[in-house]
Design a protein around this ligand. Sequence first.
Ligand SMILES: *Cc1c(COP(=O)(O)O)cnc(C)c1O
Length: 497
Amino acid sequence: MELWYTGTRDTAERVTASQAILRGLANDGGLYVPTELPKLTVPVDELAKMSYQETAYEVMRQFLTDFTEEELRYCINSAYDGKFDTEEIAPLAAADGAYYLELFHGATIAFKDMALSILPYLMTTAAKKNQVKNDIVILTATSGDTGKAALAGFADVPGTKIIVFYPKNGVSPIQEKQMVTQKGDNTYVVGIHGNFDQAQTGVKQMFSDAALAKEMDAAGFQFSSANSINIGRLVPQIVYYVYAYAKLYAEGVIKKDEKINVVVPTGNFGNILAAFYAKNMGLPIAKLICASNENKVLYDFFSTGAYDKNREFMLTSSPSMDILISSNLERLIYRIAGDDAEKNAAMMQELTAKGRYEITGEMRAQLSDFYGNYAGEAETAETIRALYEKTGYVIDPHTAVASCVYQKYKNDTKDTETKTVIASTASPFKFTRSVMDAIGGSHAEKTDFELCDELSAAANVAVPRAVEEIREAPVRHDTFCETEEMPAVVKHILGLA
Ligand SMILES: *Cc1c(COP(=O)(O)O)cnc(C)c1O
């Protein structure tokens, strides 16, 4: 059965999965959503025997119905291969009564690799299917991890170019080094004097600029998005929740149909939305626990029903969650509005105009599966330290935000029995300084690479390949601009007048 995609602000638009992947953003600035959420058809006893790649096929074929089996298996097998440092792709680590789902074993040691290693294949396959002649230009705003993961995924993929904008002072030194040393003749990295939201807004404006699109088309280019709003990012993220569940079942940790909790350190709301979709597919998930850092817009949203981005923007030790507009939340709003595009569009209009909207009581009632809370900076560091001292297991600050919120959840609800999976979204080696500061000792004079060696000794884990690779790598990108100059920079890169 064919699954169609429609826009969250215009349901008259109906496209196939491959068209949705190519376009990225829907009409009127909306996001593509499937017209219905498919059900998981494979019993857990079978899932329990499957590899990551086989699980990926079973989940993704339900969403990408216009891809042939051969096409989809080609995409999956090209993505989840030796780029990952473990055959399991997403292993589970048990520590202190929770199960950490390690989503950081790919090329850039963070969870965005899970989706961005497959997106280029989904996109070039989708282009072929739709007789696209233009080169695809990937335009991305990043708060750190997306940028490098997208660059690594698209580097030297024929028929594509990738341009990444990042906030000059809003990413970690290792994140910046990873991006500016990126190889590939089709890769471009630009630092902006502004924050992530400004970079994201600039990118969104270019996407909806009809004159620019026309100019590009004449020159043989078209934009597509690798941001987490692309349905080709979201769908591969559903896979690891199914995989984790099946694995817990295979290991006898849970019984058949036993419900688990899922805790997700959240920024743009993509990862937790994937868990929500997994639950709606029939995966036995009890609570979706949404963890925020001090930019706690989502916590306030879940506790009051009002989304309000009018507040101070905080720079924290979990920079990939330093976000005031969680773009993917729109897909949840659309759904709890009863798939009502008009209602959703009105709220998003309010968000643009006033920076704030409020959902109705009826909509709020449908959020009972979610629990939201947040962790402050001191709590986050203390969580890293305490877990390390108790178990020897070291987690990064993003994962620590989730771990801390899980403790708060248990204290609040007394639900200590439900087995719980915590999405571990970055390797501690990606945020080494924060991690080593949390664990203790004085590090001010040490370089990040020296700290990586210390962390390796403390955690008894080898320094990941991704860190070793950039130690000596030369800087290849040194373009900086003001927010307003972003379109001019893109035109320059593409050789447009
Ligand atoms: C992107 C990112 C997040 C947030 O994920 P969303 O899907 O944007 O909510 C959390 N942790 C890390 C390390 C990330 O890179």
